[in-house]
Design a protein around this ligand. Sequence first.
Ligand code: GCV
Length: 721
Amino acid sequence: MNLKKIFFYTLISLFTTISSSVYAQKDYKLWLQYDKKSNPEIIAGYLSNLQGIVSLENSKTSSIAVNELEIGLNAMLDSKIQINSKSDGENKIIIGSKSSLNSEILKLLKTDFDQINDEGFIIKSISLKNKKHIIITAKKDVSVLYGVYGFLRLVQTNKPIQNLNIVDSPKTNIRILNHWDNLDRTVERGYAGFSLWNWQKLPDYIDQRYIDYARANASIGINGTVLTNVNANALILTPQYLEKVEALANVFRPYGIKVYLTARFSAPIEIGGLKTADPKDAAVAKWWKEKAKEIYKRIPDFGGFLVKANSEGQPGPQNYNRDHVDGANMMADAVAPFGGVIMWRAFVYSEHDASDRAKQAYSEFVPYDGKFKKNVIVQVKNGAIDFQPREPFHPMFGAMPKTPLMMEFQITQEYLGFSTHLAYLPKLFQEVLESDTYQKGKGSTVAKVVDGTLDNHKLTGIAGVANIGNDLNWTGHPFGQANWYGFGRLAWNPYLDSEVIADEWIRSTFSNDYNFIKPVKEMMIESREAVVNYMTPLGLHHIMDTGHHYGPGPWVSNLSRPEWNPVYYHKADKNGIGFDRSKTGTNATAQYASEVEKIFGNIETCPETDLLWFHHVSWDYKLKNGQTLWNGMALKYQEGVNQVKEMQDTWNKTEKYVDSERFKEVQMLLGIQYKEAKWWRDACLLYFQQYSGKELPAGVEKPTQTLEYFKSLKFPFAPGN
Ligand code: GCV
């Protein structure tokens, strides 16, 4: 190669390295892009109200808050706003917690402080000695940080900042991510690379990622993280690992994030040298008490334990003929002296129980109502099966008035196309939260159960199974970031509208340009329904392929446990399709309040979106649109495919508003989603056609492969398994 050529190639490679790292940073920055505003008038408008930042206190958290304001405002407004400039000017942002405020400000904010809880904040335009300022304050410094992020969100999303009067408090206490991360860094149902936690290098090596993770979570009000998989490994409770957990807790603390761990019920045997883990055994109870003491000595604000017991092969109190109450209460006693909580999961179903799987958690847990200790909260998945693209709300919500119940959503897309499919999940979360349980009459929504207002509980929470890994963009799919963001926002306030959240996220992550926001928001809003349509329309569920849950597998019928087989769920035969859970079937509908039972239990009133969840329906049944069930189902599958095509068309028109890396990433992923949507449609329709014996209706594309072909597909290395 001659010298000229070498120079040329060096330049090219230098350029590629620089440009790819710049792009990569955009992806990495999540919703905290703080892009410079393009309109000088908007910048000038903001700057006229932002002449300086005055911080009234001095703590790690308050310097994070000041730093965040400085980074965010200076970047967005292309300025150099002065910090701690003299307070005698005007148009300052004053930040500090209640204890740092002078009597003049305290007097002004008296009624506002009465309205907020410990984690709430106030953002208010005030006048001090006839000078206008904006105050961001709260009862604790970490809540001031929430206020700072709230304020930055206003600027990020181009909202006015004159005459501010925001008084906002989270409606739940525990807003927490559940990481299903294993100690070898694999992530169960994780599709965004390996675990963030580098156990090998901890405690001495603090990866910048830990700090950025804490910052991102704090910015949306998440205040807890369970570091380890619910399919737990007892080793995490050994001193060797606790030292590492302590290091993470120290990083997260200034951001208001408490660390929790999963507890393997058999840990007293596995790492404690005991012969039993029987919760009624005095030595076992003592072992947990000692373990709690040891943990709290290292981590005084340790949150507590999350426990999966006697579920899918995990050990639990039933191994000793005890029950969930015995197990949970024994552990609750261990953490109670330190203010810890036990999040006890209700995700149970047994191979020894022949009743409908959808009924089992309710049947087992509802009789325990009122029997758990005060610091136990029962964690319930949003639906009674398992994070399907659509499930009716879990009948346990509202059915245990004397027990705090927390919501468990899945942010990672185990059943919604992994990190390859664009599915905006806050839409799903909102649908569940808005569902009316009728347990205390009309208006007894799931949100009211979760925020404790329905039954007057003080201990409340929402958990989300994290979709985060060490991929550069955190979540595998750039739009997966919206699910993390939206989860946090809904955990803070379960009454928020998912469309408003999408708007905020798009503006903070991509652009404030209406021409971009409008179509992209519509695409996001429709995306979850598209997934339902091409995977499991009309209430179908759990028909994905075995184990890894990647792709369709409605034909699977050979697994040892009946309820692991898709045929158990769809029950397709010559007469029709669907699971009869009404009075004529398993009577699972009786687990709901009578008003809801009546609606779900009657094929005429059951929402068509849940039809095959609750009823076995004849192929010729007439749907509301006049189509037969077979035709309507086939058309739904086609509609799902068409919707993905529209998503592709929408995205292709956004190129000029997005950096090329994210544009291409999403474009490629939508290409895969389109292919896979067709795979789902073709495989499911060919399979069900064997039972319906009917032709595909006009408007549904002919499958290009045979059923045998689809059945032959195997994915031994599908991720997340
Ligand atoms: C962590 C489903 C998933 C499992 C998961 C389980 C649970 O069954 O497929 O991977 O295990 O739910 O929530 O405990």
